[in-house]
Structure formats: C-alpha cells, structure tokens
Ligand binder design. Structure first.
Ligand SMILES: [Zn+2]
Length: 398
C-alpha cells in the first residue's frame, strides 16, 4: 500500500544516543527529570562534527521508516559554557548537512531557551542552549532564517522551548521575531508534558501554560503545541479552538512516564493531531499513530476512536512543518511516497486499509522524497549501513 511520505513533526536528533541506555531503574531512567540529567550529560559531549555524524545516521534511520520530512526542535546552539561557535549557527548547519546526506526535508525549529525553570538561570550544560535573552535569540535566529532554502528542502521555523524556559515577558518578542517576514513560519512549543510545569506556571504567573501561551500570541494557526499531556477540559477547548496543531509523541510520553494526553478530546475540540518521535526511544511513526489510538482505547474502553484514514492524517502532518504542499497524493503536491509491504509476517492477510494497525517500520519498502528515491527494498540508497553509522556515532558519546 502506498501512502504519502511521513512527517516526523517533533525530533531532538541527539536524544537517539540515549536509546536502550536509560530504561532501567537506577541508571537515570526513574522519572522524566532524572532522564533529563542523562540527556544534559550527552548534550555536553557534542560538537558540530560529532553532531553532524550522529544526526546523519538518525535521519537515515528516519528515512528507512518512511519519513520524508522532519521537524528538528533544536536548542543545542552553542559551545561549552555557552560560548558561541565562530558561526553562531554551526550546530544548525550540522543538522542541515545531515538532512541533505540522508535525503530528508528539514524544518529547523530554532528554539529559544533562556531559563532552566521559571525564574531559574541556566546552569552547567544548559548554558549551551541559551542566547542570554529574547533579543539575543532573535539576532541569531534572523541570521539562520536568512539561510532558508525551500527549493533545497530547508525550512526555518521557530520554537519557544516551553513556559519553563522562556520568561513570559519575553515570549512576545520571540513570536514577533518568528513571524517577521513570514507570517506562516511554523512556531512550535512544548506544552504541559509534566504536571510540575503546570504547578510552577500557576505559582509564578497565576495561569496555566495553555492560557499563558494563548495570551502571548504563541498558539494560533501555523503553531504546534507538542505533548499537551496534562490539560484540563477548559484548556482542551482553548487549545482546540486556537487553530494550532497538537503534536502527540506517545512512544516518548510512555517511555518517560509523562502520561496519556487527551487525544480524543483534543480532536473533538478541533485540534489537528500530528505525531513525532521526540526522543527516539522508537522511530516508527506507524507505531506512534497506532499508540494514539491504542492509548485512547485503554482510557476510554472503546475501540476505533480514530479510523485508519485519521491515523494516516496524523503521520503525514507536513503542514505543521511549513510544507503545505506535502502529505497527500495528488497532482501538484510534492512527490513524497512511501510503500508498505503487505506480504511480511506482520502484514500478510491484512486488508490494505487497515495495514497501519498491523505494520511496523520494518515493512517500509520504498521511500520517495520530492520525486527522488531514497530507500529501495528497505535499503537506504544514500547512506550505507545506517546501523553501523549509528553505532559509530553513539559509542564515543558514552
Ligand atoms: Zn521535545
């Protein structure tokens, strides 16, 4: 069965190096917050060269699973101690080179990340994420935005890391810089992944993260809220009515013990649901969409909350990455195609229209990105032996 190429709407490429290393109690895997310490230690070891090598292998893995476009939520901007590289966007350029090498379209969501928590300065490795203030971020962002090259598959978007990491008083400046010269530029934000974010926000600002982001102009058309796990019924209505997309990352949200987001309620409230592999404990968008449906079944006791066509919509959310002409098979749209085998041990006997309820990324056969065949017979044509590349990139980062 042939589908439109898949869109991985939320990725932090370097988190891939933590796969299979943080899942046992006692090795940093106990909660989201202890996992985050392991992630910071990893971030401290990367430089532009090692990040390019790692991201090339990660993006190659994505292509092998049918992904044709990725949104990289990028905040590892600077060198050790927060000292900018000679090119302040050197790390972003590493990601761009990696996407080119792996044959994917890239939307680089340049992320403003100024505080370690509400009212808490950046410390340690976090200093590599910061640009001092929103004005500093906006200057570096403008330099990167000028390098956008849509014809080469490179789109520049923006991100507010979260209400934890950007003071409310500076959010408006980030939004203005993001929209400057391109009102349709994608703007993404992590929202209510953890209960602690909600309680901290209420304590500091007297309002919830959803309300704060709506009031400061973040959430609207061309915006995407990532996770949206811990929302009240009222916030679901506000978010659904804002026109923003909501990017669920269920394999990450279960791996990090975040919780189960209100997917069905958000859909009913009008939110466009898309998915991302986020920290890459799994890179398999078929599993990601299936998890949305399966988690909804566990919560609601009802099967088939989302039909297979709606699951296809979730995994082809290229519009959330600023590519309105991708994600569907029709004349005039981008020639992004992925074929899924119906003769594997997983899919044999399935009806084509229900294959997504049975298939895995291992069943992806051919992947075409913008008319160019990148994967054939399950083999990447541009990157030889992605598994060996992953191993070579990850082992020096231990
Ligand atoms: Zn994330």
């Amino acid at each position: 069965v042939v589908l439109p190429g898949l869109a991985n709407v939320h990725s932090h490429a370097f988190h891939r190096a933590l796969r299979g290393r943080t899942h046992a109690p006692g090795d940093g895997g106990d909660t989201f917050w202890t996992w985050r310490e392991r992630m910071y230690a990893l971030a401290g070891r990367l430089d532009p060269d090692s990040y390019r090598d790692l991201a090339t292998a990660v993006f190659a893995e994505m292509a092998l699973t049918g992904i044709t476009g990725v949104g990289e939520f990028h905040y590892l901007h600077h060198g050790p101690g927060g000292v900018p590289y000679r090119d302040p966007n050197a790390m972003a350029e590493s990601l761009r080179a990696a996407a080119v090498a792996a044959g994917l379209r890239l939307t680089l969501l340049d992320t403003c990340y100024l505080t370690g928590g509400i009212g808490t300065p950046l410390t340690g490795v976090q200093r590599r994420f910061g640009d001092v203030d929103a004005a500093g971020w906006a200057r570096r962002f403008a330099d990167l935005a000028a390098r956008e090259d849509r014809s080469a598959g490179f789109r520049v978007g923006a991100a507010v890391h979260s209400v934890r990491a950007v003071p409310a008083g500076q959010i408006v400046e980030v939004v203005a810089a993001a929209r400057d010269g391109d009102p349709a530029r994608p703007l993404h934000v992590h929202l209510s992944e953890q209960v602690a974010e909600n309680t901290d926000c209420l304590r500091a600002y007297g309002t919830t993260p959803t309300r704060l982001l709506v009031d400061h102009g973040v959430l609207g058309p061309h915006a995407t809220a990532v996770h949206a796990t811990h929302l009240t019924a009222c916030e679901v209505e506000v978010l659904g009515g804002s026109g923003a997309a909501v990017c669920l990352c269920p394999t990450t949200e279960r791996d990090l013990a975040d919780g189960i987001g209100p997917a069905g309620a958000l859909h009913d409230a009008g939110a466009r649901l898309v998915v991302g592999t986020d920290q890459h404990a799994v890179i398999d968008l078929v599993e990601e969409a299936r998890a949305v449906e399966m988690h909804e079944r566990l919560v609601s006791g009802i099967r088939g909350r989302f039909d297979p066509g709606q699951l296809v919509g979730m995994i082809t959310g290229h519009a959330a990455l600023g590519w309105d002409d991708a994600g569907r098979i029709e004349v005039g749209a981008r020639a992004d195609l992925v074929s899924i085998r119906l003769d594997s041990v997983r899919t044999a006997g399935c009806r084509p229209d229900q294959a997504l309820l049975a298939a895995s990324a291992a069943d992806v056969d051919v992947v075409v990105v913008d008319g160019r065949t990148v994967v054939e017979s399950g083999r990447h044509l541009l990157v030889d032996d992605a598994a060996a590349r992953l191993a070579r990139a990850i082992s020096p980062l231990e």
